[in-house]
Each structure stands twice: as structure tokens, then as C-alpha cells.
Design a protein. Structure first.
Length: 317
């Protein structure tokens, strides 16, 4: 056996593989400790690894002949921080766009339709209308700014346009993107931010994208705008966001990712007004979805074809 499946869903991935190929064979484990109990000979035989990045990190130095690592996540920052570079790293793409889009849509609709205010009014037995509360809005005619128009950002842009939303996209190098009405670079943010009713960050964590959501960024947004982060927590200067929300520089924010996860109980975010927190659940990894990407690459690997969704170690994505 020249492969290893290391995941909390290892058994599911193994069963899915055998459903495709009856003679499929691979080591499988749900913890790094189980892998470390394998013999040196078995570890030396492993050529490919399917794993969550955190688990892969526990065994990476124990697999001397590893040639390919398929992450079950899109984010691979933990693996990029490891000095080893003598293998091909692939991640998951094209799977999470619908899930992220559902998440963003849920929050922007809740904001437009004042669902949280309605819930508070219900608690107080109060009829919610233009006298007792804020006017209910609609997505039609609103403007969305997407930071990072990869597969996730493009999927989100395409969906939002169905609701009559105008989409501005920000990418590293300006190019035509079918799903966006206007495309620019980071240099266009001073022009784009004042137009946006919703700003969604989908960018990966790289040196270029760290700390971009700062005071200057937030001060350029509309006071009525909402910021949503489904990219990486490192993009946000946390104190700056807290200050902007307390001072009502922006209307609200939704965060699904953080610099430290899980978010510590004493963190200031828990008590910050106009802030909604979720626990990195915007795009759950469903094994059946992940498997499709893995199986395609597994077949490519065995026939010495170019793998899909290869991560560039130098770029960080």
C-alpha cells in the first residue's frame, strides 16, 4: 500500500474509494498518533497522503518518500509554514463556492429584511414597522464588493447578480471576469469601498493580504455597509474593526474566521456590538464533495498526469 488516508472521515473516504475501485488499498487512520504506530517500512512506502492539514502536519516529517499531499481543505497555511517543499501539495477548489454563497446570502438577507430586529420586536410583543423599527430593504440595486475573485468569489458574484446586485471584484492583476460588473485591484479600493453596501473578503492568507481590513479601509466604507469575512482572520486588524463597530463607522460585520481559532472566551469580539460570530462553519467539508476532487487527482497521480489545484508554495495559494 503506497497511500495513506488521515482524516476524521478516513473510513468514509476509504469506502468511497473502494466503491470506485474494488481493489483499492491504502492505510487509513483518524489521528496522527495512529500513523506514528506504523512501522518505518510502512511509513517509507507512503507516496500519497489525503489529509486535513493539521493532521498532515503531525506526520509530514515521518513520510520520507511522500510525493503528493491532497488537503481536504482549501486553506493550507499550516502546511505552507512547514519548511518541507519536496512534494506536490493540492487543495480543494470548486467545492466551497456554493456553501460560501449560501452563508453570505443568509446574512445579507437577514440584514436587508431586518430579521434580528424583528426577533427582538417579537420578544417585546412589538409590531415592527417603519415607526417602531428600520425600513425593510431588498438586495435589488445594492452593490457588493468581493475581495478575491477566485472560484469562491466568482461563485458568490454570480449568485448575487441573480438578485439584481451589482458586483465589484478586486483581484491581484486586473482582468475581465464574467461574473463581475467591474473588476479592479487593491489600488481601486478607495474608489470601490464608498460604493459598496456589502464587502466580502474571500482572500487567502498571504503576506500581501494580511491586515488589509484596517482603519483606513473601514473609514472608506459606507456607514450603512456590512463587512463579511469568509477568507482568513489575518486580513482583519481586530482592534480597528471593534472600534469601527462601536463608533458606527459601519453598520455591522459578520466573521467566520479569526486569527486564533477557536476564539478565546475572553476575546473582545464576544462583546462587540453589531458583530455576528460563527465558528468557521461557512463552508463545511462534506466527504462526498471532497472525494470527487481527491479521486480525480488520484487517477491523475497514478497515470503521471498533471494534478489539479496545485498550491504554489512561493505564492501561498
Amino acid at each position: 500500500m503506497n497511500g495513506l488516508i488521515l482524516s476524521k472521515d478516513a473510513r468514509i473516504y476509504l469506502d468511497l474509494s473502494r466503491a470506485q475501485q474494488t481493489n483499492f488499498s491504502a492505510h487509513h487512520a483518524s489521528t496522527g498518533a495512529q500513523v506514528l504506530q506504523m512501522s518505518q517500512e510502512q511509513l517509507a512506502q507512503v507516496r500519497w497522503l489525503l489529509a486535513e492539514p493539521a493532521l498532515a502536519l503531525e506526520v509530514l516529517d515521518k513520510l520520507p518518500n511522500l510525493r503528493w499531499l491532497q488537503s481536504t481543505w482549501a486553506g493550507v497555511e499550516k502546511l505552507l509554514a512547514h519548511p518541507r517543499r519536496d512534494y506536490i501539495l493540492t487543495n480543494i477548489r470548486g467545492v466551497f463556492a456554493p456553501l460560501i454563497s449560501e452563508y453570505v446570502l443568509a446574512h445579507v438577507l437577514a440584514h436587508e429584511r431586518q430579521l434580528y430586529a424583528h426577533r427582538e420586536a417579537q420578544k417585546n410583543r412589538l409590531w415592527f414597522n417603519h415607526v417602531t423599527g428600520t425600513h425593510v430593504g431588498t438586495l435589488r440595486g445594492k452593490t457588493l464588493l468581493v475581495l478575491g475573485v477566485g472560484s469562491i468569489g466568482a461563485g458568490l458574484a454570480q449568485m448575487m447578480r441573480h438578485f439584481g446586485v451589482r458586483v465589484l471584484g478586486v483581484v491581484q492583476a486586473k482582468r475581465d471576469i464574467f461574473e463581475c460588473d467591474v473588476v479592479g485591484t487593491m489600488g481601486d479600493l478607495p474608489e470601490f469601498l464608498p460604493q459598496a453596501d456589502y464587502v466580502v473578503n474571500t482572500l487567502p492568507n498571504t503576506p500581501v493580504t494580511q491586515n488589509i481590513i484596517n482603519t483606513a479601509f473601514l473609514e472608506s466604507m459606507k456607514p450603512s455597509a456590512m463587512f463579511i469575512n469568509v477568507g482568513r482572520g489575518q486580513a482583519v486588524v481586530e482592534d480597528d474593526l471593534v472600534r469601527a463597530l462601536k463608533n458606527r463607522q459601519i453598520a455591522s460585520a459578520v466573521l467566520d474566521v479569526y486569527r486564533t481559532e477557536p476564539l478565546p472566551p475572553q476575546h473582545v469580539f464576544w462583546d462587540t456590538p453589531h458583530l455576528i460570530l460563527t465558528s468557521h462553519t461557512a463552508a463545511p467539508s462534506f466527504p462526498t464533495d471532497i472525494f470527487k476532487v481527491f479521486w480525480d487527482n488520484y487517477q491523475r497521480f497514478n497515470t503521471q498526469q498533471t494534478l489539479s489545484h496545485v498550491v504554489d508554495f512561493s505564492k501561498g495559494y
